[in-house]
Design a protein around this ligand. Structure first.
Ligand SMILES: [Zn+2]
Length: 409
C-alpha cells in the first residue's frame, strides 16, 4: 500500500498485468511515477471505484499522467470509474485520451428508504446502457432509480471510441477483479455504500478556515454528481492551464472571471463551474492564512519592507486589515516614514475593538502624540498623551507619555 497524503494505492502484479486500485482524492500531488513504481506489467488496469474527489489541479496531473503512461504501457484501462471520474470523463475534453474506459459506477437512489448505492456498468461497442433488470434496494427491497440523466452521464462513451480488450486483460478483470472486489453477479455487481464524508478522520488536523473551504469543495464535488453535463461541451487543456496559472499567481478574481466567461460561452458545464468556484475560494482562504503568517514572520525578523508588501498581499486576499494596522504602522515608523506610520496608528486606534488596555492601543496613542508634537500640533497631541498617562494604568508608555506632556507645558 502506497500513500501520498490524499491518495492510497493498492496493487497486484500478474504476468503482463499491473493492477492498481486508487483510494481517495486526486489532486496536484498525483504522481504517475508512484504508479510506475508499483510493478512492471505492460498492461495497466486502474480501478477507480474509490476515487472520491478530483481537484482541477488533479485533472491537469491526470491528463499528463495518462499521456506519459501511454508512452510506457501497451494498454491502460480504467475500470469501475466512480461518479466523480464520470463527471470529468464527460466534462474534460481530453480526460480519457490514451486510455480505455471499461466500466463505470452508476449512482442509484432508493426513494422508499432514502438510500443510495452505485452499480457497475460495462461499456461495450454500443456505449453504455442501463441494466434491463430492476436494481433492488438491499436495505428495503424496493426498486431503485438511476440517479442521473442517461444522455449526459453516458455521453462520454461513444461507440466509435470502443476498442475490444485483449483476452488476457478481460480474463483478469472477470476473474480476479469481479471475485475480489464485488459479489459474483454475472452482469451487474452492486456495492451498498453510503457516501461517506471522506475527510472526517482528519478534521482536527486541518485549520478551520481551510476546513470550511474543503467542506464546501467536497460538498460541491458530491453535488456535481447529480447535475447535468452535456455531451458536446468540454473545457480545453489550454483553458484549464490558463485557469491554473491564475490560481498559482493568486489572481483569484481573474480565475473567477474566467470561470464565468467559460460558462457564458457554454464551454464549461455548470457543475464543473461550481466545482472550480469552490476551488478558487479554498485556494484563496489558504493563501490568506499563508500570507498573513509570512508577513508576521517577516516583521519579527525585522524585514519591514518585505513585511509591508506581504501585509498588502494578505489584505488584498481578504484578510481583515483592522488588527494589522498597528504592525503596519510599526513597519513604517521603523523604516523612518513617520507620516505613513501616523496614518496607520490612527487607522488602528479608530477601528480598535476590545479592551483599550490591550497591548498596542496605548503604543499607538503614544506614537500619534509623539508625531503630532514633532509636527508642532501640540493641542492635538495633548489629549492623546493624557489618555495614555492617566487613563491606561497598565501601559508601559505611561511614564514616557507623562514626560512628553511635561516637555510641552
Ligand atoms: Zn430502499
Amino acid at each position: 500500500m502506497v500513500e501520498n497524503g490524499t491518495l492510497r494505492m493498492e496493487s497486484v502484479s500478474r504476468g503482463p498485468i499491473l493492477y492498481v486500485r486508487l483510494y481517495g482524492a486526486i489532486d496536484e500531488t498525483f504522481d504517475v511515477s508512484e504508479i510506475l513504481n508499483l510493478g512492471e506489467g505492460k498492461d495497466l488496469i486502474l480501478n477507480l471505484k474509490s476515487v472520491t474527489r478530483i481537484s482541477s489541479f488533479g485533472v491537469r496531473e491526470w491528463v499528463k499522467a495518462m499521456a506519459r503512461l501511454a508512452t510506457i504501457k501497451n494498454r491502460v484501462v480504467l475500470v469501475d470509474c466512480s461518479p466523480v471520474l464520470v463527471v470529468n470523463l464527460n466534462a474534460v475534453a481530453n480526460f480519457s485520451d490514451h486510455c480505455d474506459v471499461v466500466s463505470i459506477q452508476a449512482p442509484y437512489y432508493c426513494d422508499a428508504c432514502d438510500w443510495d448505492t452505485e452499480v457497475t456498468l460495462a461499456i461495450n461497442d454500443k456505449g453504455v446502457t442501463l441494466p434491463d433488470k430492476p436494481v433492488p434496494c438491499r436495505r428495503c427491497g424496493a426498486n431503485m432509480k438511476f440517479d442521473e440523466v442517461e444522455q449526459s452521464y453516458f455521453g462520454f462513451a461513444s461507440p466509435d471510441r470502443f476498442r475490444p480488450l485483449d483476452p488476457h486483460i478481460s480474463d483478469f478483470i472477470d476473474s480476479y477483479l469481479r471475485a475480489g472486489d464485488t459479489e459474483k453477479a454475472p452482469t451487474v455487481a452492486t456495492t451498498q455504500v453510503r457516501r461517506a464524508f471522506p475527510w472526517a478522520h482528519r478534521w482536527r488536523q486541518i485549520p478551520r478556515p481551510v476546513l470550511v473551504g474543503i467542506a464546501s469543495a467536497v460538498a460541491l464535488a458530491l453535488l456535481i454528481v447529480t447535475l447535468v453535463v452535456t455531451k458536446n461541451t468540454g473545457i480545453s487543456a489550454e483553458a484549464l492551464d490558463a485557469y491554473h496559472k491564475r490560481l498559482a499567481g493568486h489572481d483569484y478574481p481573474a480565475a473567477l472571471a474566467m470561470v464565468d466567461k467559460m460558462q457564458k460561452d457554454g464551454t464549461l458545464p455548470p457543475a464543473l463551474g461550481d466545482q472550480m468556484r469552490a476551488e478558487v475560494e479554498t485556494r484563496k482562504i489558504a493563501a490568506r492564512g499563508a500570507t498573513l503568517a509570512k508577513a508576521e514572520d517577516l516583521f519579527e525578523r525585522k524585514q519591514y519592507e518585505e513585511a509591508l508588501k506581504t501585509f498588502d498581499e494578505t489584505i488584498s486576499l481578504g484578510t481583515d486589515p483592522k488588527p494589522l494596522f498597528f504592525t503596519i504602522a510599526e513597519c513604517h515608523r521603523r523604516l523612518g516614514k513617520p507620516d505613513l506610520a501616523f496614518k496607520n496608528y490612527v487607522l488602528f486606534t479608530d477601528s480598535f475593538e476590545g479592551d483599550k488596555g490591550d497591548k498596542g492601543f496605548d503604543d499607538a496613542l503614544y506614537w500619534q502624540g509623539d508625531y503630532l508634537i514633532k509636527q508642532g500640533r501640540l493641542e492635538e497631541a495633548r489629549p492623546l498623551l493624557e489618555r495614555v498617562a492617566k487613563e491606561l494604568p497598565r501601559s508601559n508608555f505611561k511614564r514616557s507619555a507623562a514626560r512628553l506632556l511635561e516637555s510641552i507645558e
